[in-house]
Ligand binder design. Structure first.
Ligand code: HEC
Length: 335
């Protein structure tokens, strides 16, 4: 486990304690009942660590968290709620790109799960509509369950911060984890991460080299110039949903969730643009006519508020301008 955030340390500690408990328990079992099956002792975090929470997917099918979703599998798990206006749509958009890179391995040897933390609003029907608006592919389940049980699950996965996740607002921390239940290797992941790197972790690193590599490995990711601040922000916060010119910006080749942004700095009023990048949720709430028109045209997926300040917005706008000029020059040179 590379990132040493307090959260991952906390998870690590849980897991170590658990390992100790497992050893003790298995000795007791051995003493009393003979052998414990070798698969159960091979990984420290099995069915005795993870709850077997009953969840319902977007098709109304009931599944158990441990037995049906993670046992023996390589998985991506995140916690979302469909009315979330900041980090969740960004995570969904990013994972959609990762899913595309992994192709038909998703649903076969890599499984995607988005679990709602707002079960009252997020019924299976609501989750299904959400998945359809984002046009996610097969092999990705959107799940809902009982609030207390889901909270417990988040704690077990180290994806719950006291004070943040149970505060009064529905804010929640970025909550993405990837892992292989069989090997016990779990890593927190960031939706800001390059989708090629996430795909590579899932397709190769986490598979313990048992599976053949996917062709779309990180080695094929487009060459990246050292980015400016504005470009870096664009790649990590915006490119999951916006293309910039004929490509999708990450070299994945799929239709973007939001409008292409080439030329947008020429088309829109600078003050409108800056405010939109900082607080699109408020502009949508105020029914800004341009925003409403775009919202209708783009599957009614609201652009998230990414908590950027004026400096960050200006850095991104600067990059959008430069990139528009650069691509125009290239187009002019190429008859
Ligand atoms: C989760 C997806 C998502 C992310 C992430 C996202 N956007 Fe958007 N964006 C949209 C959608 C969808 C629209 C269309 C309006 C709507 O539906 O709210 C949009 C609209 C826009 C527009 C208006 C385009 C026009 O024609 O005027 C701009 C500008 C824009 N986004 C910039 C950004 C920037 C800059 C970032 C990164 C800081 C970003 N967006 C991140 C989804 C996203």
């Amino acid at each position: 486990m590379t990132p040493h955030t307090p959260r991952s340390r906390a998870l690590g500690l849980h897991l170590i304690l658990l390992l100790v408990t497992c050893l003790l328990v298995s000795q007791v079992l051995l003493a009393h009942e003979g052998a414990l099956s070798s698969t159960e002792s091979a990984t420290p975090w099995g069915g005795d660590y993870f709850p077997n929470t009953l969840l319902t997917d977007q098709d109304g099918q009931q599944v158990h968290f441990f037995d049906d979703l993670i046992k023996g599998k390589v998985v991506v798990i995140n916690f979302i709620f469909t009315s979330c206006s900041d980090s969740c749509p960004l995570e969904t958009a990013r994972l959609r790109q990762v899913q595309k890179l992994l192709g038909d391995r998703v649903g076969k040897d890599i499984f995607f799960y988005s679990i709602s933390i707002d079960p009252l609003s997020d019924t299976p029907e609501v989750l299904k509509a959400y998945a359809q608006r984002f046009k996610v592919g097969p092999g990705w389940k959107f799940l809902t369950g009982e609030f207390a049980a889901v909270t417990d699950l988040r704690k077990k996965l180290g994806l719950f911060i006291e004070g943040v996740d149970n505060g009064r607002t529905k804010d929640h921390n970025l909550s993405l984890i990837v892992g292989n239940q069989e090997t016990g290797r779990w890593m927190k992941a960031s939706p800001f991460e390059n989708p090629w790197i996430l795909a590579d972790q899932l397709a190769n690193t986490l598979q313990n080299w048992k599976q053949p590599s996917i062709e779309e490995s990180y080695a094929n990711a487009p060459e990246i110039r050292p980015p400016s601040n504005g470009e870096e922000l664009f790649r990590t916060r915006c490119a999951s949903c916006h293309s910039l010119g004929p490509q999708d910006g990450q070299g994945i080749g799929m239709r973007s969730i939001g409008p292409d942004l080439i030329g947008v700095t020429r088309q829109r009023d600078p003050a409108w643009l800056s405010r939109w990048i900082r607080e699109p949720d408020r502009m949508l709430a105020e029914k800004d006519p341009v925003a409403m028109d775009l919202y209708e045209r783009f599957e009614k997926i609201p652009m998230p508020n990414l908590r950027l300040d004026e400096n960050a917005a200006q850095a991104i706008i600067g990059f959008l301008k430069e990139e528009t000029d650069r691509q125009q020059t290239l187009a002019a040179q190429d008859p």
